[in-house]
Design a protein around this ligand. Structure first.
Ligand SMILES: [Zn+2]
Length: 319
C-alpha cells in the first residue's frame, strides 16, 4: 500500500484534464487516498490515474511489481508472468501492453549525421482466429518494414508499412524528424533516394558492400542495433504479432537506452494510455487500410469503456 500511496503523491500529477487537455480544473471531493477533480471546461470528473497505465487496474500494487520486474529482468513470457503473479493469462498480456502503451515518445530530431535503413519482419497475424489457408498463404508474402534511424545518440525505430516500402512511407514517419542541417546516410534503394530527393535532404548513399559501409561508425552502430532488434523479436520472442510490433520496438529501444521505467512520473503522467491500449485494433486496421499492401482481416473484438474520450496528439499514435 505504501508504494501505491507514494505513487499517487509523487508521480500521478494532475496538470491537465485527461479528456479535453484544459488546465482549468478544481478539486471535487476525496477518493480513497487521493482527490477527485472536475474540469471547468468539459465538466467531466477524473482521478489522477484516469487514462494512465494503472487506470481500471484492480490489483494496482501487483501491477507496480509487474512493472518493476519488466524493468529489472526484462521480458519473460505472458504465461510465466501469469503464474508468477497469480493472474489470468489475458490479464498478464494486457498489463504488458498497457505498460508498452505508456512508454513516452522521445523528442526526435536529427540535426547532424544520421543513418536510416529498414528492417524486415514477417507479417504476423498471431492471435487472430479463423484465418483460411489462402489468407495465410497471402500473408506470408508480406513483410513489415521497420525504419531504424540513428545518429548513435538518438535511436528512432518505427514501423512504416507492411508490403513494399516507398518514399511516401518514409515521408510519413521521418520527414518532420530530419532537420535542414542533417546529413542523411541512406542505403541504395529507390524509396530512400526518392524520399531524400523530394525533401531536398542532404544525403550520402552508403554502398551495399560490407567493407565500405562498416568503415563508417554510425552505419556500424546501426548494424549492431538492427541485429539486436531482430534477435529480440525473432529469436527471444519467436516473432510478435504485427499489431503489437511497435510496442515491442519501443520497449526494446528504451531498455537498450536504459531508460525504461514504467513507474516514473513521465510514464505515469501519460493520460492517453487507456486510449492507445483500447484503440489498438482500430489503429492497426487504419494503418493497414491506409498505408500497407497487406490486408486487414479477422477482427479481434473486445469491448472497453470510454475509449476515445481521452485527449491524444497525433505524435503519440503508434501506427
Ligand atoms: Zn476537460
Amino acid at each position: 500500500m505504501e508504494k501505491l500511496i507514494k505513487l499517487y503523491k509523487e508521480n500521478l500529477l494532475v496538470t491537465n484534464c485527461p479528456y479535453c487537455n484544459s488546465t482549468k480544473f478544481k478539486k471535487h471531493g476525496k477518493y480513497k487516498f487521493t482527490h477527485r477533480y472536475k474540469c471547468k471546461d468539459c465538466k467531466r470528473t477524473f482521478l489522477p490515474s484516469s487514462g494512465t497505465s494503472i487506470h481500471y487496474i484492480h490489483k494496482k500494487e501487483l501491477f507496480i511489481e509487474y512493472a518493476e520486474v519488466l524493468k529489472k529482468e526484462g521480458l519473460s513470457s505472458v504465461m510465466k508472468m501469469s503464474k508468477r503473479f497469480n493472474i489470468a493469462k489475458l490479464t498478464s498480456f494486457d498489463w504488458r501492453h498497457k505498460i508498452f502503451s505508456s512508454i513516452p515518445q522521445q523528442n526526435i530530431l536529427f540535426k547532424d549525421e544520421a543513418f536510416v535503413g529498414d528492417i524486415s519482419f514477417r507479417f504476423s497475424q498471431k492471435g487472430r482466429r479463423g484465418l483460411s489457408k489462402k489468407e495465410n498463404d497471402i500473408n506470408k508474402r508480406y513483410f513489415s518494414r521497420v525504419l531504424n534511424t540513428t545518429d548513435q545518440n538518438i535511436n528512432f525505430v518505427r514501423i512504416a508499412t507492411v508490403g513494399n516500402l516507398n518514399a511516401e512511407h518514409l515521408d510519413r514517419v521521418l520527414r518532420k524528424k530530419i532537420m535542414e542541417s542533417c546529413k542523411l546516410l541512406i542505403p541504395e534503394k529507390d524509396a530512400f533516394l526518392k524520399f531524400t530527393k523530394n525533401n531536398r535532404i542532404d544525403k550520402k548513399v552508403v554502398h551495399k558492400d560490407v567493407s565500405v559501409y562498416l568503415k563508417h561508425r554510425i552505419v556500424r552502430y546501426y548494424q549492431q542495433l538492427s541485429s539486436k532488434i531482430v534477435n529480440f523479436i525473432n529469436y527471444e520472442l519467436k516473432g510478435v504479432s504485427t499489431k503489437y510490433l511497435q510496442g515491442y520496438n519501443n520497449f526494446f529501444i528504451t531498455k537498450e537506452m536504459q531508460i525504461f521505467d514504467a513507474m516514473t512520473t513521465k510514464y505515469l503522467c501519460q493520460k492517453f494510455v487507456w486510449r492507445i491500449f483500447t484503440q489498438m485494433e482500430e489503429t492497426y486496421k487504419e494503418f493497414l487500410d491506409l498505408h500497407c499492401e497487406a490486408k486487414y482481416s479477422r477482427p479481434i473484438k473486445r469491448s472497453w469503456k470510454r475509449t476515445k474520450l481521452y485527449y491524444i496528439t497525433q505524435d503519440n499514435i503508434l501506427y
